[in-house]
Ligand binder design. Structure first.
Ligand code: SAM
Length: 352
């Protein structure tokens, strides 16, 4: 159980986060007010401020409770928060560039030398400067996500760790491997290694600059491997990982690629292993949010988002051999937990 001081510090830190990142989001919104005005049509249902704050509060109450139960350390690294907040000026300087790209629908402006990467990937998702393919983009990414979610992104990511923590509870973490697919800058694995330093982890991502950032973020931890590779062709052996996770990635994959990635995950997981997928809520999960889901793809250049928000992930992964065993909603993030049935033959080929 946390001390009163820890609880108060947690509440103050999260409130400060919401105010700080929320203010940045508002600045971005003011600069791009024409785009938001277009998105805000009377037929769309958006959550009220009251409902938004209620949703955030519920997220933080559960986050605190999970930390108190010992699932992960209390998120009270204030020095780290301050360091991360220093990206504010970079973020603010980039807002007009993003707004201008959105105005002219400039979503095809990433590094021309990146033609070894899949075509669907070489886009300016979120109208982001350089897409996922520069050091500047990697430096800004975490801040942009926190601003978009008004300071709640880390707490939503931590929720994806809960089923993994429970899975590890009765096992020896030093003998287990967790694969993070689309690990980005390593934010999630930083929480995981903070909670379970002995667990082996693999960070896989197509972006070298993001992986480089992840390497730095995780440099104080042992037993982390970094793979610059695609999720549809994972360079790991069949049945070689105990658990896998993927956070905020699936909505950026075209439907045909989602099927290939689901098969790859089923292939590399050991029988009895789990896969945790965390991504945005879908249509109908929170009725007041359907308008947000409608507006998201055009505001943020998310070409595959609508199909994701309508897709039946239980059926998609079921066809690959993974059974849906649980779901959870953490504010604007939904978490699906899948299990690979024990004794099931791998779907793909064996790697050398
Ligand atoms: C929206 S970011 C999510 C990053 C991180 N998981 C998080 O929690 O913020 C999507 C990430 O997935 C990576 N990605 C997208 N498609 C991929 C693919 N086919 N294979 C590997 N990584 C991919 C991108 O490079 C990017 O780092």
């Amino acid at each position: 159980m946390a001390t009163t001081v820890e609880r108060l510090t947690y509440a103050a830190a999260q409130t400060a986060r919401v105010a700080f990142y929320g203010a940045h989001y508002l600045v971005a919104r003011v600069v791009a007010r024409d785009a938001f005005a277009d998105a805000d049509t009377p037929s769309r249902k958006f959550p009220s401020l009251r409902a938004t704050l209620k949703g955030m509060r519920a997220l933080f109450v559960t986050d605190l409770k999970n930390a108190e139960q010992g699932l992960y350390p209390m998120p009270l690294d204030l020095a780290d928060e301050m360091r991360r907040a220093r990206a504010s000026l970079l973020y603010l300087a980039d807002i007009p560039r993003v707004a201008e790209r959105r105005r002219r629908n400039g979503h095809d402006e990433v590094d021309a030398d990146a033609d070894h990467l899949p075509r669907y990937y070489r886009q300016n998702f979120h109208f982001q400067t350089d897409g996922y393919l520069s050091d500047d983009s990697a430096r800004l990414y975490d801040f942009q996500v926190e601003a978009l979610f008004a300071g709640t992104a880390d707490a939503m990511r931590r929720r994806a760790y809960v089923p993994i923590a429970r899975f590890i509870e009765s096992r020896d973490p030093a003998r287990m491997t967790l694969l993070d697919i689309g690990a980005g800058t390593g934010r999630f694995l930083s929480f995981v290694k903070g909670a379970q330093p002995r667990l082996k982890a693999v960070a896989l991502d197509l972006s070298e600059p993001y992986l480089e950032r992840a390497r730095r973020a995780l440099s104080k931890h042992r037993s982390v491997k970094f793979l610059a590779a695609s999720a549809e062709d994972v360079p790991l052996d069949d049945a070689s990982v105990d658990a896998a996770v993927s956070i905020f990635v699936f909505h950026e994959l075209p439907p045909r690629v989602r099927i290939r990635v689901a098969r790859e995950i089923a292939r590399v997981l050991k029988p009895g292993g789990i896969f945790v997928l965390a991504d945005t809520i879908q249509y109908g999960d929170i009725s007041d949010c359907d308008g947000l889901i409608d507006a998201f793809p055009t505001l943020l250049h998310e070409p595959y988002y609508e199909s994701f928000a309508r897709s039946d992930l239980g059926a998609l992964f079921g066809a690959a051999g993974l059974k849906l065993i649980d779901t959870d909603i953490a504010y604007l993030t939904k978490i699906w937990v899948f299990e690979k049935k024990a004794g099931r033959k791998p779907q793909g080929r064996k790697r050398s």
